[in-house]
Design a protein around this ligand. Sequence first.
Ligand SMILES: [Fe+2]
Length: 200
Amino acid sequence: MNKELYKLPDLPYAYDALEPYISKETMVLHHDKHHLAYINGANSALEKIWKSREENTEIDYKSVLRTLAFNAGGHLLHEIFWKILAPKDSGKNQPMGEILKQIEKDFKSFERFKTEFSETAKSVEGSGWAALAFHKDHGNLAIIQIEKHNVNLYPEQKILLCLDVWEHAYYVDYKNDRPKFIENWWNLVNWDEAGRRMSL
Ligand SMILES: [Fe+2]
């Protein structure tokens, strides 16, 4: 059995690369503290499970597995979140190719998709995410609203794009103005990467 633990990935750009829309201070806190905390939480749950197996003891499965789902979900979503962002003017911020075609097919227009996605992000109650998922079986896209890091997800949803609307993602820069953060976030989407994920 592979017992490799989760590791914090490096950001694919500098901490200040997403300014002026996301500050260096936010990125340092978000990546180095919050993302790391989910990795540590997931690893500690995994170790608890492995140790109980080694020692042939019982654990509170309901609690440990809930902790694992929350923290591993947090880690995996953040891993995608960093990758699907690119600095403004990086040449990757325009939707194009197959993913644009698919969006126009499934949502009628890019503008309609953008509105639906933004409204989904704005209306997350408390902490959570908006995400664009591709259902390979049906060959279409869907917007999903993820509560916390792991609620409302179901198997076979391949996430192409995700937007973190936990307060830690924007509070330093935008205080309680989540809609402004969402509006500015669109300038940073790495459509090359989202399109690549759709083709996997
Ligand atoms: Fe986050």
